[in-house]
Design a protein around this ligand. Structure first.
Ligand code: PMP
Length: 364
C-alpha cells in the first residue's frame, strides 16, 4: 500500500482505504461502462444506478423514514447558510433563532442577517465557545420561522452529546462535521445539511435532508440554483450534479455499512478513539489543556493547548516525524486540533496518544 500518514485534517479529511481502493479500480472504467464516473452523462443508466445506491445506503444507514426529501447540492455547507434563510426566512415576517456555539454557527447567522431578522438565542462567545447551552438557557422567539443549530463545532471541538432538539419551531441543523459519526433520530430535524468532505466523502457535495412539509414553505421566484423545491422536483438533477463526489459518498456509505456495520458500531469506534486522547488530556496534570468542557467534548475534533506557542510549534514538528500530520488548530483559535473522523483508524489515534504522553515526559 502507498505510504500513508495519519492525517488529522479537519476537512477535506481522511477517507476509508477501501473506498479509495475501489475508486482507484474504477478510475479508468466503471465495470460494464468502459468510462469513469467523471466522463459519463449524469442522465445515463450507469449514473442513475450510482444515485439510487447512494440514496438507498444513506436511507438505511441514517434511518430516513417516508416524508423526507434527500438532496445532493453544491456550494458546500456555506451555501446552506444562505439557502436556509432564502427558502425559510425571507418574506415570512418572522425572526429566525440562531444558537451560536462556535465559528460555524456564527457564520450561518451572519448570512441569515442579510436576508431577514435574526434572534440570537444563545451565544457562547464570552467563554470562547467552550461549552453548549441547555434548553433553559436559550432565549427563543415565540414565533420563530426556524431554529438553527450546529451539532458539532469543528473549530472549537464542542458537540451536543445527542440530537440537539430545542423549542417547537422547525429545527435546522448543520451536521457538517458529525454526520454519520453516530445514529441520529432524524424525526427531530426538519432540515439538516452536511458537506461531504469530513465523514461522507469529498468536497463538492452537500447532503440536505428536509421534511417534505418544509418544501411547501419555499417561496416562488427564488433563483433556480438556490431553490430547494426545484432541486427536489428534479431529484437533484436540475443541473449537472457533483458526479464524482456523489460516487465517493456511495463508496464511503458502502464501507460504513459493510465494513463497519452501521452507525451504532461507528459510534462505538468513535467513542473509543476520542477517549484515548481525552484520557491523555485528563491525566496530564494540566500540561495539555482541553478547550471543551468535558460534557461538551466532540467525538470528532479534539482541541487542546500546550503550555505556550513555542512548545506547540515543537509538538507539531515532532508529530510530523511520527507521520502524525495536520494537527494545527484552526488559525482563528490556535493550539492543536486532532480531527478523528470516522475513517481515522484507531492505530492513528493510539500513535498520537503515545506520542503525546512521550512528548510531555520529555518536555513537561
Ligand atoms: N459548517 C461546519 C460545521 C463546518 O465544519 C464547515 C467546514 N469546515 C462548514 C460549515 C463550511 O463548509 P464548506 O467549506 O463546505 O462550505
Amino acid at each position: 500500500m502507498a505510504d500513508r500518514v495519519y492525517n488529522f485534517s479537519a476537512g477535506p479529511a481522511v477517507l476509508p482505504v477501501p473506498a479509495l481502493e475501489q475508486a482507484q479500480k474504477d478510475l479508468l472504467a466503471l465495470p460494464g461502462v468502459g468510462a469513469s464516473v467523471m466522463e459519463i452523462s449524469h442522465r445515463s443508466k450507469a449514473f442513475d444506478a450510482i444515485m439510487a445506491e447512494t440514496r438507498q445506503l444513506l436511507t438505511d444507514l441514517v434511518g430516513i423514514p417516508e416524508g423526507y426529501t434527500m438532496l445532493f447540492l453544491q456550494g458546500g455547507a456555506s451555501l446552506q447558510f444562505s439557502m436556509v434563510p432564502m427558502n425559510f426566512l425571507q418574506g415570512t415576517g418572522k425572526p429566525a433563532d440562531y444558537i451560536i456555539t462556535g465559528t460555524w454557527g456564527g457564520k450561518g447567522k451572519e448570512e441569515a442577517q442579510k436576508l431577514g431578522t435574526v434572534n440570537v438565542a444563545w451565544d457562547g462567545a464570552s467563554h470562547n465557545y467552550s461549552y453548549l447551552p441547555t434548553g433553559a438557557e436559550l432565549k427563543l422567539s415565540p414565533d420563530a420561522a426556524y431554529i438553527h443549530v450546529t451539532s458539532n463545532e469543528t473549530i472549537q471541538g464542542v458537540q451536543f452529546p445527542s440530537d440537539p432538539k430545542f423549542g417547537t419551531a422547525p429545527l435546522v441543523c448543520d451536521l457538517s462535521s458529525d454526520f454519520m459519526c453516530r445514529p441520529i433520530d432524524i424525526k427531530k430535524y426538519d432540515v439538516l445539511y452536511a458537506c461531504a468532505q469530513k465523514n461522507a466523502g469529498i468536497a463538492g457535495c452537500t447532503v440536505v435532508l428536509l421534511k417534505n412539509e418544509m418544501l411547501e414553505r419555499v417561496p416562488k421566484g427564488l433563483p433556480s440554483m438556490l431553490d430547494y423545491k426545484l432541486f427536489a422536483k428534479n431529484d437533484s438533477l436540475y443541473n449537472t450534479p457533483p458526479c464524482f463526489a456523489i460516487y465517493m459518498l456511495m463508496l464511503v456509505c458502502r464501507w460504513l455499512k459493510n465494513d463497519i456495520g452501521g452507525l451504532k458500531k461507528m459510534e462505538e469506534h468513535n467513542k473509543a478513539k476520542c477517549k484515548l486522547l481525552y484520557d491523555v488530556l485528563d491525566s496530564s496534570g494540566g500540561y495539555f489543556q482541553g478547550h471543551a468542557r468535558p460534557d461538551c467534548r466532540s467525538l470528532m475534533n479534539v482541541t487542546f493547548r500546550l503550555p505556550n506557542e513555542e512548545v506547540e510549534t515543537k509538538f507539531l514538528a515532532e508529530a510530523k516525524t511520527h507521520k502524525l500530520v495536520d494537527l494545527k488548530g484552526h488559525r482563528s483559535v490556535g493550539g492543536i486540533r486532532a480531527s478523528i473522523y470516522n475513517a481515522m483508524p484507531i492505530e492513528g489515534v493510539k500513535t498520537l496518544a503515545a506520542f503525546m504522553t512521550d512528548f510531555q515526559k520529555k518536555n513537561g
